[in-house]
Design a protein around this ligand. Sequence first.
Ligand SMILES: Nc1nc2c(ncn2[C@@H]2O[C@H](COP(=O)(O)OP(=O)(O)OP(=O)(O)O)[C@@H](O)[C@H]2O)c(=O)[nH]1
Ligand SMILES: [Mg+2]
Length: 315
Amino acid sequence: MNRFLQNQESQNSLLSKFKVAVTSTKQNLLTFMEVVIQGQKMIDADLLDELEGILVSADIGIETSTQVLETVRTQVNRQLIKDGKELKACIKSELLHTLEATFVPVSEQVNLDLEVILVVGVNGVGKTTTTGKLAHRFRQAGKTVLVCAADTFRAAAVEQLEEWGKRARVDVIRQQSGSDPSAVLFDAINAANARKVDILIVDTAGRLHTKKNLMMELEKMKRIAGREVTGAPHQVLLIVDATTGQNGLIQAKEFTRSTGVSGIILTKLDGTAKGGVVVGITRDLKIPIRYVGVGEQIGDLIPFSPKHFIDSLFD
Ligand SMILES: Nc1nc2c(ncn2[C@@H]2O[C@H](COP(=O)(O)OP(=O)(O)OP(=O)(O)O)[C@@H](O)[C@H]2O)c(=O)[nH]1
Ligand SMILES: [Mg+2]
């Protein structure tokens, strides 16, 4: 199979994964939108207000929804939108526009001797699961990977990560529970250098941005990484749970304010009818969404694509 076909095939399979993941969101958002559009003969102020409400209720965010509808209103006034189909197309293109504004495509090619990736976020959002899925993705891309168990709070956390390590066929560097996460990280960096691996992924304990000592612990880890490896951590990935909607968005905002975050991974997109939060997050945080989690299996992490996401919703 030539490279073009391979590429086409993987694009198609990514699109179909997106489609499955946003099924509930699509039912929620598009069904309402169509009912409203088809129920009215005229595109008037009431109809547009109602559409704005639908976007807000899909967790697209008030600001984004207002901005999208402002464009729509202008176009209606200029008589550039004459029917429901054009109305839908305009909303679609505005949402795509918003997503593309901060989009940075994922690159799984590593040009460094060792790339250190820190995985952070509040409790239960999917950090450990995503660490396993990421390790798997990088392995599939032909990279050598090591994982660091820096969640030392609970013994179960390390065991869970080791399970993922087995699935992804990567080694996990650990210490006994209760040890200093920075010490485990230090060990893991030494091991990664000695084994000459390409990527070290660091799973951290869940924490709230309000817990000052825990945020300082994260800072310390970043410092240690930077001292041992030039430019590390090269990525700080904030995991956000899509099912927590506006709450998750607020937490993510606070988290990014108190620690440097280079990218977002939005998990559990498959478990929400409010996938519109993808748009809200992008606009509010101005940090690119790198991947989305679409299930509990190892292959259920896909690179984010604004076009795939919007096409899955609208087509
Ligand atoms: N459906 C679905 N479930 C997910 C996804 N990602 C994670 N989960 C589930 O979310 C739950 C929590 O995942 P963990 O990886 O343990 O979360 P965590 O952030 O490491 O949790 P703490 O370490 O306790 O803070 C598990 O049951 C996962 O299977 C996803 O993309 N889709
Ligand atoms: Mg965990």
